[in-house]
Design a protein around this ligand. Structure first.
Ligand code: ZN
Ligand code: ZN
Length: 175
């Protein structure tokens, strides 16, 4: 999505509203693929404040992330706003500014940078994701496996220990 800023660049105080669809290609982030099943909805305004342009935008859409527990893909709703400062000359060592050239601004890179901030550090398909079996590797959301029987017997041992504990504490009270 490219914006023609020739006019807004001319006068301090002038602004330009926009809205439309922004296609973002899947990209790699922290070793995982961030995917997009469809375009993002972007709307906002660019304002000329004299020494730079201010871009305010809100973004809605869906990203496909990878669950850290079951390694499955899941949809993640995106709904965020941001403000970016734009200058026609690169500002060294200041990540707050985005440089543009000529009379066009391509929103793709700018939106992608702010989108990355929206990706949760704990990526989980759902709160109660059961993950993969650490022994045989099946997705426990979809099927169970024999290894879970071993877990159940662990549980029984715990229950027995609990009963023993109660037995001993009961005894010490009697003494
Ligand atoms: Zn999961
Ligand atoms: Zn298993």
């Amino acid at each position: 999505m490219k914006l023609d800023i020739a006019e807004v660049q001319r006068d301090t105080g002038s602004s330009l509203s926009f809205d439309g669809e922004l296609l973002i290609k899947d990209f790699q982030w922290q070793g995982e693929t961030v995917g997009f099943p469809g375009p993002l909805q972007v709307e906002g305004r660019i304002t000329n404040v004299g020494d730079m342009l201010i871009l305010n935008a809100s973004v809605k859409g869906t990203a496909i992330l990878t669950c850290r527990l079951c390694m499955g893909d899941f949809e993640y709703d995106l709904d965020f706003s941001f403000e970016a400062k734009l200058k026609d000359t690169p500002v060294q060592d200041d990540p707050d500014y985005f440089a543009y050239q000529g009379f066009q601004i391509d929103l793709t890179d700018i939106v992608t940078e702010f989108l990355i901030l929206e990706i949760p550090s704990v990526r989980q398909c759902r709160e109660d994701c059961k993950g993969l079996c650490p022994i045989c590797g099946v997705n426990l959301n979809e099927q169970s496996c024999k290894c879970t029987d071993a877990e159940d017997s662990d549980l029984m041992i715990d229950e027995r220990l609990e009963a023993l504990k109660e037995y001993y504490t009961g005894q010490s009270k009697e003494v």
